[in-house]
Design a protein around this ligand. Structure first.
Ligand code: SF4
Length: 166
C-alpha cells in the first residue's frame, strides 16, 4: 500500500484527451505533483458515455432543481451523472484529496455558470459542478481544490499540507 497521498484528479489535466473539444490540458504543475502523490484519474463525462469530442453540457436551474443538460441534443444527464458520481466515490478505499478541473459543469469546484434555461446566454448564478458537488457531500472533510490552486504558492502549500495529513 502506498504511503503517498492519494489524489483523485480530473483526467483532462494532462492524463488523456477527454475534453468536450477533443483536447487535453498539459499542466506542468500537475505533472510535478505526480512525483509526490498517487493519482486516481477520473473523467465523469466520459464515464457516463459522452464521447470525445462532444457537445458541451451546462447546468440549468429548473423549478424542480438543478439539472445537467446538453443543449445541442436536449439530453438530461442529471441522473446519470449523479449515479456515476455516487458509485465512483463509494468505490474509493482511500482518498486524501481532490484536484479537479476548474469551470467545468462536472468537475468545477466553484463559480461554474448556472443558466435559467438551455438557450440563455448569461448565467443567473454560479456554483460547483455536479461531480464536485457529490464530492462535497460524500467527503466533506477531504481537501478539494481546482488546478488553479497550484499556480498560487500559498494556496498550493496549504492544499499540499492538508492532503499529506490524510
Ligand atoms: S473537466 Fe472533468 S468531465 Fe470535463 S473533461 Fe475534464 S475530467 Fe472530464
Amino acid at each position: 500500500m502506498t504511503c503517498k497521498p492519494i489524489i483523485v484528479v480530473s483526467r483532462c489535466l494532462g492524463f488523456a484527451v477527454c475534453r468536450w473539444n477533443g483536447a487535453t490540458i498539459e499542466n506542468s504543475l500537475v505533472k510535478d505533483l505526480g512525483k509526490s502523490v498517487e493519482f486516481i484519474t477520473v473523467c465523469p463525462e466520459c464515464e457516463i458515455g459522452l464521447g470525445v469530442p462532444r457537445h458541451p453540457i451546462i447546468m440549468v436551474q429548473k423549478d424542480s432543481g438543478l439539472v445537467l443538460v446538453q443543449p445541442a441534443t436536449g439530453a438530461d444527464l442529471t441522473e446519470q451523472m449523479e449515479t456515476f458520481s455516487h458509485n465512483f466515490l463509494d468505490s474509493l478505499d482511500r482518498v486524501d484529496g481532490f484536484l479537479l478541473k476548474r469551470k467545468s459543469p462536472s468537475c468545477g469546484v466553484a463559480n461554474v455558470p448556472i443558466f435559467a434555461d438551455p438557450d440563455a446566454e448569461q448565467p443567473i448564478e454560479k456554483g460547483p459542478g455536479f461531480f464536485a458537488q457529490s464530492v462535497f457531500e460524500r467527503f466533506p472533510d477531504t481537501p478539494i481544490e481546482d488546478e488553479s490552486c497550484l499556480e498560487d504558492l500559498s494556496r498550493r502549500v496549504k492544499w499540499l499540507k492538508s492532503v499529506t495529513k490524510g
